[in-house]
Design a protein around this ligand. Structure first.
Ligand SMILES: C[S@@+](CC[C@H](N)C(=O)[O-])C[C@H]1O[C@@H](n2cnc3c(N)ncnc32)[C@H](O)[C@@H]1O
Length: 267
């Protein structure tokens, strides 16, 4: 059984970490020199990475605000990264309960330092490929009671998991949640032949022990079953209403013929 505080101290900063690199590129300040050095390599190869990463967080913000306005008060989020920069508990009304999780123990330890003793928020260790680690723990009941009509976050993680793990995640969450649950996610629609800079970017993530899996949107639509796509459909992130107001010309079309698309799913 997972325990919330079973993790190493945040001083464990001898290796760059994908979550803290993401935080740095988003403009956050929860990162170390070693992360900033790795982030500089990412930025040399993909100078538009800050806009790209922000796009993912802007979509999360829009999906969460839509779900919150539909009445969702319980959020359970996988592969959260650090709970900063417009993350769920920062954009939902006070009293909304949020369970965040991440596979990286350094991110978990750092996150505890950030959320402190907020009674509405938990941050636990969980591999999104094995969501039972979290679902079978007593954390959901502690925060949500018996209500499982939750909004589930699976944002910016599908491309870090192979197909069978994505399918397992979708099925497991479908079975665990209540009939009115919803789930939001985004994934990349990878270009057929990535150019050299994109390939080198993918190499950096492989070295961070975080390989990136490319799949076509059609494949992802198979993997989400039995969830169904809810309104307004599955769309490129820059086409979502609230995201659209933030995107600059500079970003459009940079993903070399692919793109990142997102959707909210229902039962
Ligand atoms: C792109 S970032 C965070 C995305 C965040 N959900 C958002 O929408 O802004 C990816 C995070 O996924 C975490 N991660 C990678 N593989 C994971 C896995 N198998 N299970 C859980 N977390 C994972 C990394 O540690 C990192 O913090």
């Amino acid at each position: 059984m997972i325990k919330e505080n079973d993790f190493p101290s945040i001083s464990n900063a001898d290796k760059p970490n994908a979550g803290r690199i993401y935080d740095y590129i988003l403009g956050g300040n929860h990162n170390f020199e070693i992360d900033r050095m790795a982030a500089q390599k990412v930025l040399e190869l993909l100078p538009f990475a800050p806009q790209l990463f922000r796009l993912i967080r802007w979509f999360l913000r829009e999906a969460v605000m839509r779900l919150s306005s539909q009445g969702y008060k319980h959020f359970i989020d996988f592969a959260s990264g650090l709970p900063t920069m417009d993350h769920i508990h920062e954009v939902t009304p006070k009293g909304t309960k949020v369970i965040y999780s991440d596979i990286d123990s350094v991110v978990v330890a750092y996150a505890h330092d950030i959320i402190k003793d907020n009674p509405d928020v938990k941050f636990v260790h969980c591999n999104a490929g094995v969501p039972e680690e979290l679902l079978d723990s007593d954390i959901p009941e502690q925060l949500f009671g018996n209500n499982r009509d939750a909004a589930v976050g699976f944002n910016g993680i599908a491309y870090f998991l192979p197909d069978d793990k994505v399918a397992h995640f979708m099925r497991t969450l479908y079975d665990w949640t209540g009939d009115n649950a919803k789930l939001f996610f985004c994934d990349t629609d990878a270009p057929e032949n990535p150019k050299e800079d994109l390939q080198r970017f993918l190499e950096i993530y492989k070295k961070l022990n975080q390989p990136v899996y490319s799949r076509k949107k059609e494949k992802m639509l198979e993997l989400i079953k039995p969830w169904k796509v809810d309104d307004p459909g599955i769309m490129l992130l820059e086409d979502w209403v609230d995201v659209k107001t933030k995107v600059t010309e500079e970003l459009t079309g940079k993903w070399q013929g692919g793109g990142i698309y997102g959707a909210i799913l229902k039962k």
